[in-house]
Design a protein around this ligand. Sequence first.
Ligand code: A3P
Length: 340
Amino acid sequence: MENTLCPITCWSETRLRTSVMAAFLLGAALLIVQPQIVPSRPAINSKAEASSQSVQRELLTKTSQKNDFKENIHSNGSCRQLPQTIIIGVRKGGTRALLEMLSLHPDIAAAESEVHFFDWEDHYRNGLRWYINQMPFSYPRQITVEKTPAYFTSPKVPERVYNMNQSMRLLLILRDPSERVLSDYTQVFYNHMQKHKPYPSIEQFLIKDGELNVDYKAINRSLYYLHMQNWLKYFPLDRIHIVDGDKLIKDPFPEIEKVERFLKLSPQINASNFYFNKTKGFYCLRDSGRERCLHESKGRAHPQVDTRLLEKLHEYFHEPNKKFFELVGRTFDWHSFVAS
Ligand code: A3P
């Protein structure tokens, strides 16, 4: 690893202060000039403005409580930095695979666990100082990444990320919406099994009064255009790179190459970093001769669903998918059943 030292005053400290000040000043500036300067931004109502202002003031206070950031500087010269890129979702899209694969790059420093800073109030209230403490130590040349899949579908998050860093590069990994619903159900099913708690069958969630139960949360999370609209109020499309999660499963390298390009990383990840593991049924990673697959919770078998119910699901997603393709100017090879 290149031994580039963090500046004596940790770069992240300067960056953190700059971000907080920028967020604070931006909030004030938005109050005065927002309609003229950023017409494409949402008309934030006064209540939302006030709350955003108070959150920013709070972030500033909490971040300035101590002048001592020494715990963020390592003796080897590395330090903690705010993330310059975030994997925002989607839940069950392949976010862990994306993070692990991207971490093969020497210039990537990834936070191990999901941070939930922008979507959980008790975390957000802790301020940016808390947030930076969740980040790994890294060298200045490295890009810090965190992934929290719930960000994509959480309405408050885009504005909060924007307030912290307008030039954030966002990574979004999506997968066939119907398949994602089944994966979402499977995850919660296993969570219950582990706690020896019963869990209803998927049909009990998908059907209500003989019809598709569109109130099922897992279905809502797959309405990608709805959530994407929220992000596009704050970030232009060229700041959000969409990874095709279905292609990442079948052939990860080309998708990862695109991510390297988006993040302006030197091309260092190779096809030889991936090999197909027949037992797992998925690609696994090879790094400096070491081979590893993702945890057994990734790549589970989904429940068998009646074909007609599955077709209903495909049919339901047809229009929302079309809207999403129009929104992002790109199509995906997702199931799209239209009754003849
Ligand atoms: P399933 O377990 O339903 O198959 P997330 O990390 O966002 O929770 O996404 C989990 C999904 O990542 C898995 O869903 C799996 O399909 C997908 N995935 C993509 N590449 C994978 C890989 N190389 N190994 C295991 N799972 C992978």
